[in-house]
Design a protein around this ligand. Structure first.
Ligand code: FES
Length: 65
C-alpha cells in the first residue's frame, strides 16, 4: 500500500503538492505555514520533503532519514 497522506493531519500529499506548486514552495516550513501537517508522529515528513524535491505524491518504498 502506497504512502499518500499525512494520516495524523488528514491531508493528502496531492493537496500539499497543489499548495506547494501554487505558492512556489520549496521547504517543509513554508508549506506548514499554509497547511499544517506533520506535527504529530512526523512519519510523513520525509515523504513530503521528497515530494517537494521530485513531485511524487505516492510512495511504494519507505523513506528513512
Ligand atoms: S503522518 Fe504526518 S504527522 Fe503523523
Amino acid at each position: 500500500m502506497a504512502v499518500t497522506h499525512c494520516i495524523c493531519s488528514s491531508v493528502s500529499f496531492v493537496e500539499l503538492k497543489n499548495i506547494a506548486d501554487e505558492h512556489k514552495i520549496k521547504t517543509i516550513e513554508e508549506l506548514r505555514r499554509i497547511k499544517p501537517f506533520g506535527l504529530s508522529c512526523k512519519l510523513c515528513v520525509p515523504y513530503v520533503r521528497q515530494m517537494l524535491r521530485d513531485g511524487r505524491t505516492a510512495f511504494d518504498t519507505p523513506i528513512i532519514e
